[in-house]
Design a protein around this ligand. Structure first.
Ligand SMILES: [Zn+2]
Length: 471
């Protein structure tokens, strides 16, 4: 598992019917029409279901869990043995807590037993093969039904609507898409169906960032759909060049990477609008979106069955306690994921939202549990880079940075300087960081021209080469 939250590239794939439509006239159709009937039904269902009571959610979830467990037991040899080993027959599931009798599974389980976890032949027309995972890490491979996007897209849209987004509003997208230059040399591409403007976040040069902002400034009321690290890059650019907020950007939809409070604060301050985040992952087990009234995430109970577990497998119910997100998905019927440990962590807040009243599990501070986010000190302790990047002037004159580590206790900080960076700034940076590491980590600063993003265009803050199972 290399890059943090790399498998959390939710909503990358748009609903399939889009691909069947061509011709310029579609630009005139309402977007909900283009997205199809299944999408519209999904929206209607979620609009109502999000206000259900605990009892309604529980009844719905029990039925879904019974269904997926029965399917898994009957059609896959892996799950038949898995259930049999615990003595739990799917017919005996009468309460959601009954599935706690099953052991959890993880990425290794899927990778080692994939062929025996299938409920149908993977050669079917509506089955997609997915590989996910960052550079250098062990990828996760599995199969999933091709209709998944139509099921999940309404959840995403419904979350965004909490910020004032409406389907069909223009969207400026900076999310790892390879975008060729247009006739003016700007890496920009327009999708008239969805009214999405794609810009390349692989090419966030000073010149391009200025041009992106200028171009976005002419889109009319719009939203920015962006990786948190790219939002942060743009913000720092605006600060460096004393550029005021782009008034027509009505909200920033930042997801698929860890959200750091300091980044969020700065982006909201500079852009002058709401920074809204959602959580999801390629496995389609758990989805959550922030509240319209707070930054807490509301987990969608109709999307999958969510558990938050302590390292020893205990269900976390104490507000403030952190645990691992474990999911049983309702969407993937090709390879069921039952009690899958996602490797992502969150803080438990409660079982309903005090602000909006939704009776959903409420969690906060979701973080990919990933060594990529940590440096390893001489004594083996982990240092989170976000703790290093506290708000001071250490990083004022640099455009991009990345820690590189091969040996515990030693790391290289690669930086892409701005033209204002002076030698004494480097010395200051070295001394500031040394103070923070307190002798536990020896750091070498290296100036570079460029820092590569991951294949999906995400920022790798810590390029970690120490095998993670050691820590
Ligand atoms: Zn709420």
């Amino acid at each position: 598992m290399k890059q943090a939250l790399s498998r959390k590239n939710i909503w990358e794939h748009l609903p399939r019917p889009l691909k069947k439509i061509s011709g310029h006239a579609v630009g005139l159709l309402p977007v909900s029409h283009i997205l199809g009937k299944q999408f519209r039904n999904g929206m209607k269902f979620i609009d109502e279901a999000q206000w259900w009571s605990h009892e309604q959610f529980k009844a719905y979830q029990l039925q879904q869990v019974q269904q997926i467990c029965t399917l898994a037991f009957e059609k896959s040899t892996f799950y038949r043995a898995h259930f049999s080993a615990t003595g739990l027959h799917p017919k005996k599931i009468k309460d959601l807590s009954d599935i706690e009798q099953l052991p959890t599974i993880n990425r290794d389980t899927i990778n080692n037993h994939l062929e025996h976890m299938l409920t149908v032949s993977p050669k079917g027309l509506n089955v997609d093969y997915i590989t996910t995972g960052g550079t250098g890490g062990v990828p996760l491979r599995f199969y999933i039904g091709a209709e998944r996007s139509q099921v999940e897209y309404p959840y995403l849209i419904s979350g965004w609507q909490r910020t004032g987004y409406q389907l069909g509003m223009p969207m400026a997208v900076l999310r790892g898409r390879i975008v060729p230059p247009d006739q003016h040399g700007l890496p920009h591409e327009y999708d008239p169906l969805l009214r999405h403007h794609y810009y390349s976040n692989f090419q966030m040069t000073e010149e391009n960032m200025g041009r992106y902002l200028e171009h976005i400034g002419n889109l009319g009321p719009c939203f920015l759909h962006i990786y948190p690290s790219s939002a942060s890059n743009l913000t720092r650019y605006m600060l460096r060049h004393k550029i005021k907020a782009v008034q027509n950007i009505k909200g920033i939809l930042a997801e698929s990477e860890n959200v750091y409070p300091e980044q969020r604060r700065l982006v909201e301050e500079v852009f002058g609008c709401r920074y809204f985040s959602s959580y999801g992952h390629t496995e389609k087990l758990v989805a959550a979106a922030e509240c319209e009234k707070s930054n807490n995430y509301h987990v969608w109970p109709t999307y999958g069955y969510f558990e938050l577990l302590s390292p020893d497998g205990r269900a976390i119910t104490t507000p403030g306690e952190r645990g691992e997100i474990v999911g049983t998905g309702f969407i993937n019927k090709i390879v069921p994921f039952i009690r899958y440990r996602t490797g992502d962590y969150a803080t438990y807040i409660g079982d309903s939202c005090q602000e909006c009243g939704r009776a959903m599990p409420i969690i906060a501070d979701i973080q990919g549990h990933n060594i990529q986010e940590h440096l390893i000190a001489e004594d083996g302790s982990l240092i989170t880079w976000s703790a290093i990047n506290v708000h001071d002037d250490t990083f004022d004159h640099i455009r991009q940075f990345q820690f590189y580590q091969e040996t515990p206790g030693k790391a290289i900080l690669k930086i892409v300087p701005t033209t204002e960076l002076r030698k004494r700034d480097i010395a200051l940076m070295q001394s500031n960081l040394s103070k923070k590491f307190a002798g536990n980590l020896w750091l070498d600063i290296k100036l570079v021209d460029k820092i590569a993003l991951s294949q999906r265009g995400k920022t790798i803050f810590v390029d970690q080469h120490i095998p993670q199972e050691k820590y």
